[in-house]
Write a protein that binds this ligand. Sequence first.
Ligand SMILES: [Zn+2]
Length: 97
Amino acid sequence: MTFLVTHVHTHATCPAVNKEVAGTFGRLMQAAHQKACGVEVVGCWIDAPAHTAHMVLSAQSVADVQKFLWPVLRIGSATTTPVVTAAEAMAIAESAD
Ligand SMILES: [Zn+2]
């Protein structure tokens, strides 16, 4: 399954400038952490002035995604949205008629 994740933190908990939490977001990008959680990071984009990260993840379940996000739990909030590709959506629409 594919998930869109938006993670938001504040300037006070920004891992880019706060040494106490510097390793939290970085851990998400470690291959060993991703493998342990069963999550593949398809892509990650950062809007630094908004303290927001947008990620596309591939995982078998939202439980895997939540395990993956655990290191950043104490520095901000995240929303997880399961999605399909446009081609999959079109196939669903065609089969629903
Ligand atoms: Zn930040």
